[in-house]
Design a protein around this ligand. Structure first.
Ligand code: IPD
Length: 277
């Protein structure tokens, strides 16, 4: 039986929460794809000149927030584009209304709506991820998970790829928005590249995590992620059998996130530390 989650409103199962997240992600996805047909422009720059937001990111977040609020008024909200709402139920929705905004801006069909719901504070150091959805609205691929229920792609169970030697590992990563951090990452990448099968930088953290979950990548690591980048994707990767962690004993945080097969994760982490990734 599906365990209940703590809510002050009508009792909901994890499945109910997942179904709501799927419905809302699909509606936001349709909106975003439609909005892109009318053209997209940068509305503002955030942490650096290359960290951009479009009006569609903002409108997508507003739509998601409104739908979640209507369905579950006591839940909290924590969105990339600034939406904040305290939780009275113990649950908070952690949302990236368009993950992969730069891909979206350029019309690269690899971006996502990422919706996670967590119990506890909206802090990856302490939250318990309850359910998560990552939807690529262009391809229609829908990755889902709820705690203890496994991970699915379009309703079919997915698993991490079998562990391979590091030299044969396909490793996904991403780069920070800060030029200084990018310069450091470039140095580390130059040392890492000859030691693995290859590297990929596809530009959407939530889909990178889902790629590990679906066996399309052996591992993924990145620095400077925000909670909305990984709330849903990390649960999906874990439920598919991956370890998702920060440095050492830490949970994933802004400093570092690494996702990989349990038998491969320690060796890869040692290598990443060695090269300063
Ligand atoms: C970004 C993407 C990118 C990752 C960045 C994220 P955004 O999210 O996930 O792949 O490298 O760290 O910030 O800004 O497009 O929502």
């Amino acid at each position: 039986m599906t365990p209940s989650v703590p809510t002050a409103s009508a009792a909901s199962t994890d499945d109910d929460l997942l179904r709501l997240a799927i419905d809302v992600a699909r509606e936001a996805g349709a909106f975003v794809v439609d909005a892109r047909r009318s053209g997209v422009e940068v509305a503002d720059r955030k942490s650096s000149p290359v960290d951009v937001v479009t009006q569609v990111d903002r409108d997508s977040e507003a739509l998601i927030r409104a739908r979640l609020r209507a369905a579950r008024p006591l839940d909290g909200f924590f969105g990339e584009e600034g939406g904040r709402g305290a939780s009275e139920s113990g649950l908070t929705w952690v949302v990236d209304p368009i993950d992969g905004t730069v891909n979206f801006l350029y019309g690269i069909p690899h971006y996502a709506i990422s919706i996670g719901v967590v119990a506890g504070e909206p802090d990856p150091q302490s939250w318990e991820a309850v359910a998560g959805v990552v939807l690529n609205p262009v391809t229609g691929e829908l990755f889902t998970a709820r705690r203890g229920g496994g991970a699915h792609l379009d309703g079919r169970p997915i698993r991490v790829a079998d562990a391979v030697p590091l030299a044969e590992a396909l490793v996904f990563t991403g780069f920070a928005y800060s030029a200084q951090t990018r310069a450091e990452q470039g140095v580390a990448i130059a040392q890492l590249l000859p030691r693995v099968r290859d590297l990929r930088r596809l530009g959407t953290a939530s889909l990178d995590l889902c790629s590990v979950a679906a066996g399309r990548a052996n591992a993924y690591f990145e620095r400077t992620l925000s909670p909305w980048d990984h709330a849903a994707g990390a649960l999906i990767a874990r439920e598919a059998g991956a370890v998702v962690k920060g440095f050492g004993d830490r949970r994933p945080d802004r400093e570092f996130l690494l996702a990989a097969h349990p038998e491969a994760v320690d060796e890869l982490e040692r290598l990443l530390v060695e090269v300063g990734a």
